[in-house]
Design a protein around this ligand. Sequence first.
Ligand code: PA5
Length: 349
Amino acid sequence: MEYDALAKQYDSIDMMKLIDAEPADFQKAFDLGYAVDLPPSFASAEHVIGMGMGGSGMAYSILKDFARVFGTVSVEVVSDYWLPSYVKSGQKTAVMITSFSGNTEEPLSSVEEARQAGLPIVSIATGGQLATWSKEHNVPYIPFEYPVSLPRVGIAYTLGIALGVFCKAGFFKFDDSAPNVVKAALDGIAQHVHFNEMKTEGQRLAELLKGKMIYCIGAGWSYPVAIRWKGQFNENAKVIAFAEPMPEMCHNMYLGYELPEIIRTNSAVVFLDSEYDHERNRKRNQLVGHDLEATGVTIIYPTVSDELSPLGTLLAQIILGDYVSYYLALLNKKDPAEMTRIEDLKQRL
Ligand code: PA5
C-alpha cells in the first residue's frame, strides 16, 4: 500500500510526525506537571475528580485505572456540566481540569461549581477562557503549547502533565521515585520499541480492520487504552468502534455476538493484552477470541514489547493504537485531523 502518497493527499497536519513525537512530548509534559506549586489541601486529598471532554478527558480515564493499581487516591472522571453531589460529604477531594482550547463549556461549568464548593483545583490548558478564569480566581494553572489544537493528538501532553501533577501530589505509590518511573518507561520505549516495526504492525492491523465495525477490549488499566483506541478509530479513521472491559464482556457482549449476522461477519475484535494483566483475563482473551473467530469475526491481538514497565506498556499501547487508527484513516481516504461534525455540533448547540 502506498501510504506516503495517501498521507500526502489526506493527512492535512502531518499527524504521523506528531505521533512519532509522543515519547519526547510525554517527558516534557511530565516535567511541566511535576513543577507545579500545589496548595497543601490539594496534596492531602483522598479523592481526585478529573474534568475534561473527549481527548482531554481521556488522560483522566487512563489515570483513573492506573491509580487503581498504583495509586493512593480514588479518581473519578467528570465529562459533564455537573459536579458530583458527594463532594459535599466531607471527603477530601481535589479537582483537575484539562481543556486544550480552554473553551469547552462542560468542564468550564463543572469547575466553576468546584470553585464555589471551595475545592482545591489545578487547571491545564493552552489558553482560552480557562486561562483567564484560573488567573481571575488564583487557581494554579499549567499552560502548555502544542502545534495543533487537537486534544486527541496531544494525549502525551495531557496525560504527561496530569501524571506529573499526580506524582507531585504523591498520589502514586511507585516503589521508585516518580521521575525515575517515568524515565525508566521512556528508556524502555527508546530501547525496545522499534518505531519502524511498530508502523509496519500498525499498517498490518489497519489493513485487517478496514471495512469492519470494531470492538476494543482491555482489562484493568488497559481498558481506558481500549477506549482510547475506540476514540481514535472514531475520530481519526471515522469508523464505528466501541470498547468493552475484560472480564465484564464475557458476561454479556460475548453472548450478543451472534446477531445480526451481517454485522458479526463484518466486525473485528481487538484484544489489548499484556503480561501485566491477570492471568485469568489473558486466558479469557484467548478463549473468547478463538470462539468469535470461529463464527467469522476478525480477531486481533496487538503486541508491544514485553520488555517494558507497566507505564512503558501503557504508552506503547497508546502509540500503537494511534498508528493503527492513522493508517486506517488513510485507507479510508479520510483526513485523520478533520473533525468538522464535532465543530459543527458545538456551533449548533
Ligand atoms: O478530540 C477532540 O478534539 C475532542 O474530543 C476534544 O477533546 C473535546 O471537544 C474537548 O476539547 P478541549 O480539549 O478543547 O476542551
